[in-house]
Structure formats: structure tokens, C-alpha cells
Design a protein around this ligand. Structure first.
Ligand code: OGA
Ligand code: MN
Length: 289
């Protein structure tokens, strides 16, 4: 597969692949190998409908129910969008918009769920006239470059995550909604070792709110310091969306965030997450292992 780098530290664009034709035996092994090495993959000029999007995700593992039950029992597509069920564009102060604004904090998806995510597959649907980029930073490269003093603090840290915590940074009212409080919190080690290549990466997110054994303020200061280090100038890849773009990223090894756009315009991306399994190294981030 022909590929070109997106950033000096991580990420590649993969050329000449039609994602609707990828199967477990044809294409997926090469894509999976590139994913393990580069953490972020871009495919341009794709035409993924929902069915093909879900089929591609299923090659990586079990599809996560991103809607958290809102869409019924079967995991389905759950668009990242400000177009509401009644077809109107959400107002800037609507919960829908506020949730999308909370996505503009550096995060990893689903760290607050009982089973966290391995990947997100995000595909362009309706793009705004400006803004609305998605940004990424490698937490594998961050781990490599981390000063020894911070590494020592992070290496055995157990970090607690909740969706309500990240939503509260944007709106206290949003954070109180049942859809964000219902998961409570989850604790994971702050370093995820990739079982294929042995590479460690920082496993942190805007959802992180406490570190075992540290007073609350110190824990938060450590989390903030780690995120700030991982996303410092020069480390970030900014993806300016074009129609047909599909991004696949490794939730174990990158942080991401959305960027603002004119909220009166529609911005819709199709998204699914796939849950991580022990073969992906999930067993290694459980506290006490
Ligand atoms: C997501 C997400 C950011 C964006 O899909 O999980 O954070 O740019 N998206 O919409
Ligand atoms: Mn996200």
C-alpha cells in the first residue's frame, strides 16, 4: 500500500484503497499493520455508506454503541452532528452544541465506559464553510519524549475518568444529564502498551479527573501537565476535512479534539467506535495488573 506521512511523528495517508472493498483477507491486514505503526490513517475520496462503515469497523472488533442505548439495542452509526432529530440546526447554547464543544477538549473516546474504545472511524458527511477541523497528537511520541520526572509519575498512575467531568468543563447543566452521569467513572492505568510492537503511550483524556494516591488538585495538575505536554506546539496534526475523507485512529495512542465552526452551519461526520479487547492490550491497563 502506498502511503505518505501526515506529520513527522505519526499518521499516514493511505492511497489507492477503496474502503468499501476491504475484507478480512484483502486489505485489512495491511491497514491493521499501518494502524499499529502510525496510529492515525487518512483515506481520501471514499464513499462509505453506513453499512460499509460498520463492516469496516467490525474488522477491528466489536462495534461500540456510541449512542449508549439511545438508538435501540443494535449498535448503529451515531453521527457527530449539530443537525437534530427534528432536522433543525442546534442553537449555540443547545445541549447538542455544548456536547460538540466539549469534544473540543483534548480527549480519547470512551475512557469512561466499562469497555473503552480501540478506534474511531470518522467520515466526512456535511462540512462547514470554515473551521471544524479535527486535531490529533500522538501520545506514543509524547511518552517517548516525556521528561523522566513526569514518566516516573505516570508510569504506575491509576487515573479515573468520567464523561460528566469533561462535560462540566463546558456546562454544569450538561454534566448533570443522565446520559453523561449514568456510566459513573472508570479507572485505567495511564500507560497503554501496544501488544504488537511493545510501544507505550500515555492514556489520558479530558474525562480524567483524579489520580489514585494524589490529592485532588495534584492529580488534576498531573493530568493537565501530561495533556499539555502531549499536545505542545509542533506535535499536533490538524485535519482540514474534505468531502470523501475517512480517518481511523488508535484511541490507545492519540489524543484528538474538534475545532470550532460557525454553529449556525451544519457539520456532520459519521462515526463509529470499536471496543478494545485484551488482544489489543486492554488487560494491561486494568488497575492492579
Ligand atoms: C469524535 C470527536 C471531533 C470532531 O468523533 O469522537 O471527538 O472533530 N470528533 O468532531
Ligand atoms: Mn472524540
Amino acid at each position: 500500500m502506498r502511503s505518505t506521512p501526515l506529520h513527522s511523528r505519526f499518521g499516514v495517508e493511505i492511497h489507492d484503497v477503496d474502503l468499501t472493498r476491504v475484507t478480512a483477507d484483502d486489505g485489512y491486514p495491511e491497514i491493521r499493520a499501518a494502524f499499529e505503526s502510525h496510529s492515525l490513517l487518512l483515506f481520501r475520496n471514499q464513499q462509505l455508506d453506513d453499512e460499509a462503515h460498520l463492516a469496516l469497523g467490525a474488522l477491528f472488533g466489536p462495534i461500540e454503541d456510541r449512542s449508549q442505548g439511545r438508538n435501540g439495542p443494535e449498535p448503529r452509526m451515531d453521527n457527530v452532528t449539530n443537525r437534530m432529530a427534528d432536522d433543525r440546526i442546534a442553537a449555540p447554547d443547545d445541549h447538542v452544541t455544548l456536547n460538540l464543544i466539549a469534544n473540543q477538549l483534548w480527549h480519547t473516546d470512551s475512557t469512561f465506559l466499562p469497555v473503552p474504545a480501540l478506534i474511531n472511524i470518522l467520515a466526512a458527511c456535511v462540512l462547514s464553510s470554515r473551521g471544524g477541523e479535527t486535531e490529533f497528537a500522538s501520545t506514543r511520541a509524547a511518552w517517548r519524549d516525556l521528561p523522566e520526572s513526569l514518566k516516573a509519575k505516570a508510569r504506575h498512575a491509576v487515573v479515573h475518568h468520567s464523561a460528566a467531568h469533561s462535560r462540566a468543563k463546558v456546562s454544569a447543566e450538561l454534566a448533570r444529564l443522565e446520559r453523561y452521569t449514568k456510566w459513573g467513572s472508570q479507572a485505567w492505568k495511564a500507560v497503554w502498551r501496544n501488544p504488537i510492537n511493545g510501544e507505550d503511550s500515555l492514556y489520558i483524556a479530558s474525562h480524567a479527573f483524579a489520580v489514585d494516591g494524589l490529592p485532588e488538585a495534584e492529580g488534576r495538575a498531573l493530568i493537565d501537565e501530561l495533556i499539555a505536554f502531549a499536545t505542545r506546539p509542533g506535535t499536533v496534526y490538524t485535519h482540514a476535512w474534505r468531502p470523501g475523507d475517512v480517518l481511523i485512529w488508535d484511541e490507545r495512542a492519540v489524543l484528538h479534539r474538534g475545532r470550532p465552526w460557525p454553529y449556525e452551519e451544519e457539520r456532520t461526520l459519521a462515526s463509529i467506535c470499536v471496543s478494545a479487547r485484551d488482544v489489543d492490550g486492554l488487560d494491561g491497563i486494568r488497575p492492579g495488573t
